[in-house]
Design a protein around this ligand. Structure first.
Ligand code: SF4
Length: 99
């Protein structure tokens, strides 16, 4: 065996490992969301307190206000309870009502 053969084998192993790792990531990621059909908070970098005025969850078109004071607010696209003053990368401003 010459050094080129070993090098090709090593490259093939690395490529295969990368391909398998990538496939596992892509297969696992949607599965994590499959239960709720929503995005994980980590995936959209959700934080409980936003630092940009006017861009809190309750200013977002995806915000779902709680039905009563005992329930938590939720989001149409991000899983789990959210804080009305939270924020994430998927923030989309709510349409302003016509004057
Ligand atoms: S998309 Fe993000 S910013 Fe908008 S309500 Fe959901 S969690 Fe909050």
């Amino acid at each position: 065996m010459d050094s080129n053969t070993i090098s090709r084998r090593a490259a093939l192993r690395r490529t295969t490992a990368f391909g398998v790792g990538t496939a596992i990531f892509w297969l696992a990621a949607p599965a994590a969301h499959a239960q709720t059909g929503k995005l994980a908070k980590d995936a959209v970098k959700y934080v409980d307190k936003g630092d940009v005025p006017g861009k809190d969850c309750d200013d977002c078109m995806h915000f779902i206000a709680p039905a009563n004071a005992r329930e938590a607010a939720t989001c149409r696209i991000v899983e789990g309870p959210i804080n009305p003053h939270g924020h994430c990368l998927a923030f989309t401003p709510r349409a302003k009502p016509a004057p």
